[in-house]
Design a protein around this ligand. Sequence first.
Ligand code: HEC
Ligand code: HEC
Ligand code: HEC
Ligand code: HEC
Ligand code: HEC
Ligand code: HEC
Ligand code: HEC
Ligand code: HEC
Length: 259
Amino acid sequence: MKDISFLAKWAKKFWKKVPDQVVRLSIPILILIIGFIVMRNLLVPSDFGKYGHFRAAAIDELVSQEIQYSEHEMCFECHDDVVKAKNMSYHRGVECEVCHGPAAAHIEDPEGNQLPAPRERGYCPLCHEYLPSRPTGFPQIVSESHNPFRACVSCHDAHDPKPPTVPKECEACHAEIARTKALSHHVYISCIRCHKTPKEHNIRPRAHRPEKPSTREFCGECHDEKAPSAKGVPRVNMETHGERYVCWQCHYPHLPEAH
Ligand code: HEC
Ligand code: HEC
Ligand code: HEC
Ligand code: HEC
Ligand code: HEC
Ligand code: HEC
Ligand code: HEC
Ligand code: HEC
């Protein structure tokens, strides 16, 4: 007992010496520490951290969930014709279950668990509706004007979609650029005047790329003051006009503007 009263006295003395601001600061710190301990014990499940940064019981919960998706290899057993056709087609990268939904139950009992097939016209535009953010060259349509009112699958085989003919015009795949150019000062310059394009590009566009202009001199062929260009072509002094940049850092080549 004697020891303790001595300790209490010493603590009181020490406490008086502590500056006020430290006392005040220690209050929120204390609240934080107590808060953390309370949270840790009340809110964090007891099996948290047993194996890692997650609840140990979560593994069993996930394992006990019903399996809904299957593998597309499983379809081959009964639909080998469809699988073979699709694997050779433009849709080879789109899994069966993307369009037909989870199929695990169907494989167990095909007649009892029929799968839906997205025959309605609204479905395919989920991927194919024209969107400026899609990569250039991805097959896109404006569904309002692309053969309206008829189901997509009445003309396109969903498992082997192909454009009925190999497109010859650049516009078939680069409609946005073609439409832009048609309204520009460059309307009469053909695409291939600026992009030397191999024939194979129309068939396997990503494997055979066209050339793109790479130097200022290319635009200078028509626009240099000194060029023997036709009348009416606006000219610039190549030495002083935007001399530190390539032209298309300031002028979009498919819609060049100067005013
Ligand atoms: C064990 C054999 C078997 C397997 C495996 C199987 N199916 Fe089927 N599937 C059938 C049978 C049989 C039918 C016909 C059912 C009927 O018409 O009553 C069918 C019908 C379908 C249909 C037709 C729906 C319609 O509206 O016409 C689709 C779609 C389908 N299966 C997709 C799949 C997919 C996707 C897989 C792979 C994940 C798959 N099936 C795996 C046997 C199988
Ligand atoms: C891009 C979406 C899409 C993908 C991917 C797809 N299907 Fe289909 N599938 C459809 C549509 C739409 C129909 C309905 C076609 C019709 O009625 O003309 C269909 C019909 C079917 C049918 C009914 C019979 C037939 O041949 O028309 C079967 C079976 C089938 N699909 C299996 C599969 C399997 C197996 C895969 C994967 C190898 C697969 N589908 C991938 C959209 C798709
Ligand atoms: C999950 C996205 C997805 C869905 C849904 C989808 N497609 Fe596709 N489609 C693709 C991809 C990816 C390609 C290949 C693009 C490439 O080769 O650059 C493609 C290619 C095509 C092409 C080839 C066109 C060309 O000129 O190369 C046609 C036609 C097509 N799809 C029609 C359809 C139809 C009809 C449906 C509905 C039954 C459909 N698609 C549903 C992703 C999809
Ligand atoms: C009446 C028949 C018909 C219908 C219906 C139809 N298409 Fe087409 N589709 C064509 C033809 C023909 C072409 C090739 C010529 C063209 O680009 O117009 C084509 C081309 C395409 C292309 C390739 C475009 C490109 O730039 O490579 C896609 C993608 C496509 N269709 C998707 C669809 C989708 C999605 C639907 C449903 C909303 C649909 N089609 C409905 C006949 C049809
Ligand atoms: C069958 C569809 C198709 C046709 C037809 C087509 N292109 Fe392309 N084009 C593509 C695709 C797909 C890409 C690659 C886009 C990407 O990788 O982002 C591409 C890319 C390009 C590029 C960019 C190359 C690069 O390395 O950045 C140019 C330039 C181009 N095309 C010009 C043309 C011209 C000119 C024509 C007509 C003579 C044409 N294309 C016809 C589909 C097509
Ligand atoms: C006056 C010359 C000129 C004409 C005409 C022209 N282009 Fe281009 N194009 C360019 C230049 C310059 C670039 C940009 C090069 C760069 O950024 O590296 C380019 C870039 C591209 C690209 C890749 C970048 C993008 O914007 O997606 C595609 C695709 C393309 N052009 C397609 C076409 C098509 C299709 C036509 C015809 C409708 C066409 N071009 C007409 C000069 C031209
Ligand atoms: C084959 C010749 C030719 C080539 C190559 C060419 N242009 Fe042009 N350009 C023209 C013609 C012709 C006009 C004027 C058309 C008109 O106003 O009727 C023009 C107009 C312009 C204008 C003025 C637009 C305005 O608002 O008055 C700019 C800017 C321009 N081009 C930039 C470029 C750039 C950048 C390149 C290189 C990527 C390029 N041009 C390549 C022929 C060419
Ligand atoms: C740093 C930005 C920049 C660069 C790089 C640039 N321009 Fe320009 N350009 C402009 C501006 C701003 C105008 C409009 C004001 C003016 O006439 O100077 C213009 C105007 C023009 C005009 C119209 C002149 C007229 O009299 O109507 C042409 C043609 C042109 N540029 C071609 C080119 C060509 C070709 C190149 C590459 C060799 C190029 N520009 C590089 C910014 C640039």
